[in-house]
Design a protein around this ligand. Structure first.
Ligand code: KG4
Ligand code: ZN
Length: 364
């Protein structure tokens, strides 16, 4: 029987301070605890994540968060075999808080230190939740990220495409702001869209006319603003139905873009003739009903298994960081006290850099 290993994970790359304890022996890894302290209220007045506010909140909360994760897991640092921490990509002040905390703990205990790529955490989550075999296709779609990844191994990722500007979650949030809806915008826009007509305001589908899997969402926001102002000018204000129709139009555009680009990414993935076809999603936007349904039916048409991990593991968390740490610990791929925070850290170093930095920091 292989040795049971227990890893403490720490995550602070955006606006969630998180710590978790994950253990693995022979069987599938088990999440002993996962604590996530969000900062939504702190940034609510500013229309986006304010890096300085995020960094200060991480610095204030991180020690307590780690303590809570250990307590909830029923372990102490003496039961931990390694400390894994997000070392990038993300907002540098936040990433630094986590890295400094992890270094302090490693120095005090003598435990190995492992710097984890946040995107690898998301990309490998379907293995933690569903034991998904390689290779699989992943769509990471959140407020900070949007990219297709061909996941071929623990350390082997190929980026097939991504957003060249905003992430879809950002676009949902901006749409909500333009229409006077609450934050986070995604759920609010989805709810409004249920009673809307998606055809009344024709919005563009940026980059659909170009080959490849890259995406663009910032033009949608500008088009939506124009359509909103047009409706206001016509009716002397924004009526309830206008708002619903605008939400429906925006959501329909995002669904169309993600579906068509996913179809192309699947084609590339299939060309490698995987033994079993699997398409996994992660990120807050994957909670959207119509997006999920569209991707599910796309998979059904191509005999592909559709995997959507539970939402708490789709969004930012530290269990995914601890899980990557477990694998790295097993492989002896450790870091030392020279570990540094990296605002940009692409998973696939051969892919061209993504330009969009977005409100939630560098994409990769
Ligand atoms: O992965 P996540 O929790 O965090 C980061 O991006 O860091 O994703 C949050 C994003 C927000 O932009 C939010 O508006 C969006 O996911 N979101 C949704 C839905 N629920 C959350 N977007 C569309 N539809 C939803 N139901
Ligand atoms: Zn993330």
């Amino acid at each position: 029987m292989s040795q049971k290993l227990t890893v403490l994970g720490i995550e602070s790359s955006c606006d969630d301070t998180a710590a978790a304890v994950v253990r693995q022996g022979d069987a599938r890894a088990e999440i002993l605890s996962s604590v996530v302290l969000g900062q939504t209220a702190l940034h609510a007045d500013f229309g986006g994540v304010v890096p300085e506010i995020a960094a200060r909140a991480h610095a204030e909360k991180i020690d307590g968060c780690v303590e809570a994760a250990l307590t909830r897991a029923g372990v102490t640092l003496a039961d931990i075999d390694a400390i894994a921490v997000t070392a990038g990509p993300g907002l540098i002040g936040g990433v630094l808080s986590g890295v400094m905390c992890a270094k302090g703990l490693a120095a005090a205990t003598g435990l190995p230190l492992i710097g984890v790529n946040h995107l690898a955490g998301h990309a490998l989550t379907p293995r933690l939740t569903d034991d998904l075999p390689f290779p699989y296709l992943m769509l990471l779609v959140s407020g900070g990220h949007c990219q297709f990844l061909l996941v071929r191994g623990e350390d082997d990722f190929r980026r097939l495409g991504g957003t060249i500007d905003d992430a879809p979650g950002e676009a949902f949030d901006k749409t909500a702001r333009l229409l006077g809806l609450p934050q986070p915008g995604g759920p609010a826009v989805e709810t409004e869209a249920r009673s809307g007509d998606p055809t009344r305001f024709p919005l563009p589908r940026p980059l659909l006319d170009r080959p490849g899997c890259d995406m663009s969402f910032s033009g949608l926001k500008t088009a939506l603003l124009r359509a909103r102002d047009g409706a206001i000018a016509t009716h002397g204000g924004l009526r309830r139905q206008d708002r619903a129709d605008l939400c429906a139009a925006f959501q329909a555009a995002v669904v169309a873009i993600l579906t068509e680009k996913s179809r192309r990414a699947l084609e590339i993935y299939f060309s490698g003739t995987p033994a079993r076809r699997s398409f996994a999603v992660a990120g807050g936007v994957a909670a959207n009903g119509p997006i999920r349904t569209a991707l599910q039916s796309l998979c059904a048409m191509s005999e592909t298994v559709f995997i959507a991990p539970p939402l708490a593991l789709c969004t930012d968390n530290a269990a995914m960081i601890a899980y990557v740490g477990l694998d790295r610990l097993r492989r002896g791929a450790l870091d030392d006290m020279t570990l540094s925070a990296r605002p940009r850290w692409p998973l696939d170093s051969t892919a061209p850099a993504l330009l969009g930095a977005g409100k939630k920091g560098a994409k990769a």
